[in-house]
Design a protein around this ligand. Structure first.
Ligand code: ASP
Length: 513
């Protein structure tokens, strides 16, 4: 029986042995554990192929593989563009991409359910006495995420990256045909027939579905999300008796994330295939490339405004702290976030920055891990921009009510996003479905092509959002929190918080693997 040693966590500083091999969890990473017939475990060296496999299929290599997939996809698509391939040939080229997309779609519901519930469960270690701190943190998280989505929406309407309607002939909606434009027009006319009041009333109906199973199948993920969050919140209230179910759900969340890692392994091939097909089906490559460029500019502008203006303003107004000093303290965490595209992997560095900055260690130990799990300003902004961009790119107009739905869905989707690379793109599937745009799901492959860069900046923004939350709650604790003990080992409550942190840490390490 063979048990491979766990993959190196992105966060781990891996010590070297004299022979140049790295040690992981005290083991040689170039070895595997073989359990003998007698039940004894022995470390055996990996052969050349096993070592190659291990090196090439680790998370750090994903960026390189994905970029290679993107380049191959573009080269294949551009090379064959204009050679009038048959429909069957195009379907065959797009087949691996189709399988990849189906795998992601398959995982949406379990991921959304387990990730959202785990996010809510992260709060349960805080029930004793620190309710005030939790409320402050949650209020700030929500406020900053909604501000982020609104900034993103203003940017996307100001820049209009999809104005040339580059997707109107690509993706799920088929080739450049009259049928396609007819479909979008029909969708638009139904949308226009609805008044804003109708849309808002429909939003209420979506939030409270009549039947949760039907909502999951429809899919009305907004309704499912509301049900899931409510269910998890009441599960916590049950107390001790609910603990086995809570743990089971947390384990399921870890398992789903592991399956996602597995699917991610096929993404370089899937991406290459899907991008090539999208280019082959596109009416105009020029419009496609310029729109994606404008999309990147839109997301980065939104993130820039949120990062350099909105978040520092919240620090100044709500906490009366110097944003520049805080910014300098968190620079190592920003570098880590850029390098790993994972806020989970960045969390230990971010905590170190918080402590060095002089924040209360209890607040750092509590607000940062909680934020890493549920507070994602960059992701929320991205989700809102991406949904509207895809609609624009297909020529679909949105009513005020629908934009309101996007604000809510983008925030919820960001909360349900895992703190790992490209996770925001996976929850974008949920956001598209929840906003009634499921037919545009296949366009995600095009967004995947540029996600290596957007994912990096989303993550930096997420990390800065968590840092600002920590600073604001720290300031509020000093101002209004007389009697609340948050420093380590000062009382039982803090110990409880640390226990919670340990549990989250183990989940986070798994995410980052
Ligand atoms: N990679 C981001 C993070 O770890 C999540 C995302 O993809 O938006 O925070």
């Amino acid at each position: 029986m063979k048990l491979e040693l766990s993959m190196t966590s992105i966060t781990e500083a891996v010590p070297q042995q004299p022979n140049g091999h790295h040690m992981v969890n005290g083991h040689d990473e170039n070895a595997y554990v073989d359990v003998t017939e007698q039940g004894r475990s022995e470390e055996k060296p990996l052969n050349l192929w096993q070592r190659f496999k291990k090196k090439m299929f680790r998370m750090e290599m994903l960026l390189a593989w994905t970029l290679l997939g993107v380049v191959c996809g573009i080269a294949l698509g551009a090379g064959l563009y204009g050679s009038h391939l048959s429909k069957t040939a195009i379907s065959l080229i797009g087949y691996p991409g189709e399988i990849m997309l189906r795998s992601f779609k398959l995982l949406i519901l379990p991921l959304m359910v387990f990730a959202l519930m785990s996010g809510v469960f992260a709060l349960r270690s805080t029930k004793t006495g620190s309710g005030k701190v939790t409320r402050w943190a949650l209020t700030y998280y929500l406020l900053s995420m909604i501000i982020a989505v609104v900034i993103g929406i203003v940017c996307v309407y100001a820049i209009n990256p999809g104005r040339s309607r580059p997707f109107s002939g690509s993706g799920a909606s088929g080739a450049c045909s009259a049928k396609n434009s007819g479909e979008v027009q029909a969708a638009n006319s139904t949308t226009k027939a609805k008044t804003t009041v109708d849309s808002i009333l429909d939003l209420g109906r979506d939030l409270i579905p009549e039947n949760v199973v039907q909502a999951a199948a429809a899919p009305n993920y907004l309704g499912v999300m509301v049900f899931v969050v409510t269910f998890a919140a009441f599960l916590i209230k049950v107390g001790e008796r609910a603990e086995p179910i809570i743990q089971m759900i947390e384990v399921c969340n870890e398992v789903v994330i592991k399956i996602i890692h597995l699917v991610i392994l096929i993404t370089p091939v899937g991406i290459a295939s899907w991008i090539a097909t999208a280019i082959l089906k596109a009416c105009s490559i020029k419009h496609l490339v310029s729109s994606l460029g404008l999309f990147i500019v839109t997301v980065l502008s939104g993130i820039g405004i949120h990062f350099f203006i909105a978040l520092p303003l919240t620090l100044l107004v709500l906490a009366r702290r110097n944003p520049l000093r805080a910014f300098k303290s968190w620079l190592p965490a920003f570098a880590m976030a850029l390098g790993t595209s994972s806020s989970a992997a960045t969390m230990p560095v971010s905590m170190e920055c918080g402590i060095k900055h002089g924040c209360n260690s209890g607040i750092v130990n509590f607000v940062l891990p909680l934020g890493t799990n549920i507070n994602r300003d960059g992701t929320a902004l991205y989700e809102g921009v991406a949904v509207i961009f895809i609609c624009q790119a297909h020529g679909r107009d949105l009513s005020v009510g629908q934009v309101l739905v996007i604000v809510i869905v983008a925030t919820l989707a960001a909360i349900g996003t895992a703190s790992i690379p490209h996770a925001g793109l996976i929850t974008l599937i949920t956001a598209l479905q929840a906003t009634g745009n499921s037919e545009f799901l296949s366009d995600l492959s095009l967004l995947y092509a540029v996600d290596w860069i957007l994912g990096m900046f989303r993550t930096v923004c997420n990390v800065w959002g968590d840092a600002c939350a920590t600073l604001v709650v720290d300031a509020w604790l000093k101002k209004y929190g007389k009697g609340i003990q948050m420093s380590p080992h000062e009382d039982g409550e803090t110990l409880k918080l640390e226990e919670g942190l340990e549990r989250k840490d183990s989940i986070i390490t798994n995410h980052a693997e």
